[in-house]
Design a binder for this molecule. Structure first.
Ligand SMILES: Nc1ncnc2c1ncn2[C@@H]1O[C@H](COP(=O)(O)OP(=O)(O)OP(=O)(O)O)[C@@H](O)[C@H]1O
Ligand SMILES: [Mg+2]
Length: 231
């Protein structure tokens, strides 16, 4: 067996609210293999978003380590972190977070520009991804000219652009109708079947039920870690 694509060891994060410490994450450890399609669930305040921001190098843990693709990313300095984030991680957010003045194509293209991918390669990859997302005839539309589901598919294409080791999605279906939700989950599932590792934070049990593994968080700890049967 290959080594896990994501390795989390004794990860803790304590925030100070004034003088009161809030233990948002307490000594969390687990592994994720390449191609896993996994959901993180749990009540509001249980530490899910904190956890994603540690894995995604958006914030630093108080202690513990995260290894992505064999690299200890928690050792990255502030100047190294953006490069690792760009190359190893794709983010998908609840509010899509597309650049409103850019077209669908340009939103995907810019992710690769930041990673210094040459222009001809960028074009080929952006067209390929947007086509895969069913947006071939929407490539020149701006986000405001796209439905919520279409915008989220552009965001998924953007997240995939630099072949990330892992995709992190925080409530990716929080703002779309149930039909669009199901389509987005199926798309993500399809990507995982092609070897893409995907981690979704969700409150929606019909989303988590379609992933292959569910990690339940409670009070900053993993309460349960279950493989989903028959998915
Ligand atoms: N920047 C911060 N400063 C202080 N406390 C924080 C900060 N971010 C999160 N917390 C606290 O850490 C705990 C975990 O928060 P987190 O946002 O990870 O929860 P969550 O599981 O994502 O919740 P939700 O489902 O509502 O999004 C909460 O008690 C929260 O108030
Ligand atoms: Mg959250």
């Amino acid at each position: 067996m290959d080594e896990p694509i994501l390795r989390v060891r004794n990860l803790s994060k304590t925030y100070m609210q004034g003088k009161i410490p809030v233990h948002a994450l307490s000594d969390v450890s687990f592994d994720v293999d390449k191609g896993e399609f996994l959901s993180i669930v749990g009540p509001s305040g249980s530490g899910k978003s904190t956890f994603l921001s540690m894995i995604g190098l958006l914030d630093k843990p108080t202690s513990g380590s995260v290894f992505i693709d064999g690299v200890e990313v928690t050792k990255a300095t502030d100047s190294q972190a953006p490069k690792i984030r760009r190359e190893k991680i794709g983010f998908v957010f609840q509010h899509f977070n597309l650049i409103p003045t850019l077209s669908a194509f340009e939103n995907v293209d810019i992710a690769m520009r930041f990673a210094r991918v040459p222009k001809s390669k960028r074009k080929e990859r952006a067209v390929e991804l947007l086509t895969q997302m069913g947006l071939r005839d929407r490539m020149n539309h701006k986000p405001s000219e796209l439905s919520g589901g279409e915008q989220q598919r552009v965001a998924i294409a953007r997240a995939m652009a630099n072949n990330p080791a892992i995709i992190l999605a925080d409530e990716p279906t929080g703002e779309v109708d149930t039909k669009t939700r199901d389509m987005i989950v199926e798309l993500l599932r399809g990507l995982s079947e092609n070897g893409q590792t995907i981690l979704i934070v969700t409150h929606d049990t019909s989303v988590s039920a379609r992933t292959r593994r569910i990690i339940k968080m409670l009070d900053g700890k993993i309460e349960s870690d279950t493989k989903v049967e028959g998915t």
